[in-house]
Design a protein around this ligand. Sequence first.
Ligand code: NAD
Length: 328
Amino acid sequence: MDVALFSTKPYDRTFMEAASAGRHRLTFIEAHLTPATAVLARGAGAVCPFVSDTIDAGTLQVLHGLGVRLVALRSAGFNNVDLAAAKRLGITVARVPAYSPEAIAEHAVALILSLNRGIHRAYARVREGNFALDGLLGFNMHGRSVGVVGTGRIGAATARILLGFGCRVMAHDPAPDPALAALGVAYVPLEELLGGADIVTLHCPLLPATRHLIDAGAIARMRRGAMLINTSRGAVLDTQAAIEGLKSGAIGHLGLDVYEEEEALFFEDLSDTVIRDDVFQRLLTFPNVLVTGHQGFFTREAMAAIAEVTMANVSAFEAHGHALHEVT
Ligand code: NAD
């Protein structure tokens, strides 16, 4: 099948070509998929977008006109797709539901440990010949209360790692995981989790119900000075409210791998440009904030798994008219 892959980098080519193994004709396009760039998919039966692409009704309309019948997302999240429009146009949407959830869980824990022990600050200090410890005082993870919001694949992997540290793990999820409960994870209402956790880590998907799940009210209910980690989707957290929380001391540390307006920033080298997003720039002024550019998924194992499942979705669709992991 001819597949047009959008928002691609050299590393995407490496993993996708290996997974395709010549089964599909792949065209690697650097541009983001938008209504304006969708024409680049001409001749393809499937497109393969990334999380930074806009698969709205306008994009889908153009793709439909070109004869594209499959949107094979190379991501787990699908909040950037207008599913109703895809259904109306008869375009199948597939995704990669699970690919090494440990990759993202380990990154969330990396953010926790780095913020706790000031690794990001120590790195810069030592290179400047500054070996002072002031400002680097951390806490033992052992015995700390951690609240995991969303215990699907990634949240569950995160909870297991934290149990290994000797943390007391609370969780909130409308669908509790009995296997985690058996390991000692206590499922509690969100209010109780926010009020009782030293560290809150977000692993729920972005849905209408979870947009700004952590807003000013939720931050006010958190333990004063608690650490907040978001590796799920940017808009689960109200960034402006988080900034106010940092200024007041309500939030003691903030670790982000995702950001509400990340589409305009992440995955590109903008080091020679002026960043006009004042909210993002304000975040970077806090010493107790650590931001990474949506790299939670970026391990060899996860990239290989994403490519394998994406190509398997395309192969199944080509053979039977149904992808393996369709989003409905
Ligand atoms: P999943 O579908 O396995 O789990 C999501 C869990 O969230 C489910 O158990 C669901 O019941 C729960 N949930 C839904 N609504 C909730 C709510 N209101 N409160 C609490 N829990 C709620 O998904 P996953 O594979 O664990 O991924 C979680 C999210 O992580 C994805 O949706 C995606 O946005 C994000 N993600 C980020 C990266 C990254 O690189 N940073 C990579 C992959 C996924």
